[in-house]
Design a protein around this ligand. Sequence first.
Ligand SMILES: Nc1ncnc2c1ncn2[C@@H]1O[C@H](COP(=O)(O)OP(=O)(O)O)[C@@H](O)[C@H]1O
Ligand SMILES: O=P(O)(O)OC[C@H](O)CO
Length: 495
Amino acid sequence: MSYLLALDQGTSSSRSIVFDRAGRVVALAQREIRQIYPQPGWVEHDPRELWSTQLETAREVLAKAGLKAGEVAALGITNQRETTVVWNRASGEPIHNAIVWQDRRAEPTCAALRAQGLEPLVRRKTGLIIDAYFSGTKLKWILDHVPGARDAARRGELAFGTVDSWLLWRLTGGRVHATDVSNASRTMLLDVHRNEWDEELLAALDIPRELLPQVRPSAHLYGHSESALLGAPVAIGGIAGDQQAALFGQACFSAGLAKNTYGTGCFMLMHTGTEFRSSANGLITTSAAQPTARPEFALEGSVFIGGAVVQWLRDGLRAIKGSGEVQALAESVPDAGGVVFVPAFTGLGAPYWRPEASGAIVGLTRGSTVAHIARAALESIAFQSAALLQAMSRDLGAEAAVTELRVDGGACVNDMLMQFQADLLGIPVVRPQVIETTALGAAYLAGLACGVYAGLDELSRNWRVERRFLPTLPRERAAELMERWERAVRQAVAG
Ligand SMILES: Nc1ncnc2c1ncn2[C@@H]1O[C@H](COP(=O)(O)OP(=O)(O)O)[C@@H](O)[C@H]1O
Ligand SMILES: O=P(O)(O)OC[C@H](O)CO
């Protein structure tokens, strides 16, 4: 019995995947989830829907795979990170919609924390910068705005969780309130050196300790699902935030190994082993998925608009009907013809951190066509990712250079984009056979906790290359292109 079930609750959908022991996909089920935009800059999900779609896909994927729950060795949970849920422990009902990671409403709280001079403390203890992206200030917003919430929290009546904790609570019928270190490290409340909630940060945000889940390693026997849910109890053996799970699923277990996920946004993570490294170049330090109680870290750069720029070509510009068409359109011209596209639709994330920037298309001439814009849009994904890798290289110095980049996510199927990425970076870009690495990482963690795998070596052996994109562009030309990109970024920031 070596099947593993991964529950992958993402920003746009809930997915469940069954893997075999070799890490191959046996079956997949997916449901879109509703995006709720109550005001500009606000993004919410209905926590009940996150749970119901996740449960439905789990049931569906078992049926597709022809498996009974009793034939699954263990399940692992991976999730959109930072998204914040608060619920009543007695009724199990959320007291507010989930506030999604993209939501900017907590910015005034962040400004106040910065004004109090808390930035160095936050960076030292949590590895993060003070930004509305992380859960802590979203949680504070809920406690400040739902009548009676803070008092109820003090009385121990409420529970806070990122999406993993919420699903775990529901799966175990309200018996287990826990999270893993990789998710906890995104709250801005965890001392990542000790893997404990930090009293000083809790006090700064006026967050009662009674709300918080227990923090556990990423591979850990969290409990069992209620038997009525899937037909039999299933051991819950792994939890990790989706980007850390992808790093794990890419078998990046040690210092210097890096992956980039090309989804709606782009998330580049580089493992730094057991060493906590602070970035001087706009990256954050985050807890990696931790298979044991030993802290492990990664440097991370998050780009807010990655594959989403292709959605904009489709829905905003109506230049294509489906995202699969973008490569042919972009390849109908030999290059972007001098056009540079900075898709700063929601400001710019790492390494720039310019929330005020807005999108810009520069270098247009009479000869520019929609094909040039499409090409520039695809190139923007690679430019932003290259800026992240440059920041990592500056942080690490020559002795720890990244020698290849492992890739995954929906947009990594685009060969043109991957080739351009290799050309810009000057290192091989490597696409594995299984690009469902997020779910795979969660399955691996569960498999480790439940003894399906003896150790990391077997997982490293499972990782296989599908295609390696080698750089072909002269380095001077790549440097010129990067310079032109940085110029365009300055224009987008200037507005
Ligand atoms: N052939 C393609 N070329 C470029 N981008 C693509 C292609 N196919 C899908 N995408 C983009 O990939 C993204 C979806 O990737 P996915 O990993 O499913 O995202 P998420 O996990 O963030 O929901 C979308 O933004 C879509 O525009
Ligand atoms: O759900 P995704 O794949 O868009 O990932 C979201 C990230 O975890 C946000 O930090």
